[in-house]
Design a protein around this ligand. Sequence first.
Ligand code: FES
Length: 103
Amino acid sequence: MRTRVAALSEIPPGTSKEVTVGDQVIAIFNVAGTLHALDGICPHSGGPLAKGRVVGQVVTCPWHGWQFDVTTGRHCLAPRIRTDCVTIVAEGDDVFVETGDAG
Ligand code: FES
């Protein structure tokens, strides 16, 4: 299911934004003008990844410091740990995500 979640102007380069689609929390990151989106709930203990500090393409979870590459969802030190990537598309000033819901 494709859902408009934000205006591109709300997520300038170097920023992130948390959005919710149904019951799914999604973290959107703008890294140097390219959008990336991950499951917004940290797989460690549920921290809000969109509220983490981003340096380059690495986000640090604000709760206990786990770090993830926002382009792959992989934990930086333990690549077997990962958070799901979410498909994200910008068209004009509209930002859409694709989620698994059939509806
Ligand atoms: S909840 Fe993210 S590092 Fe613990």
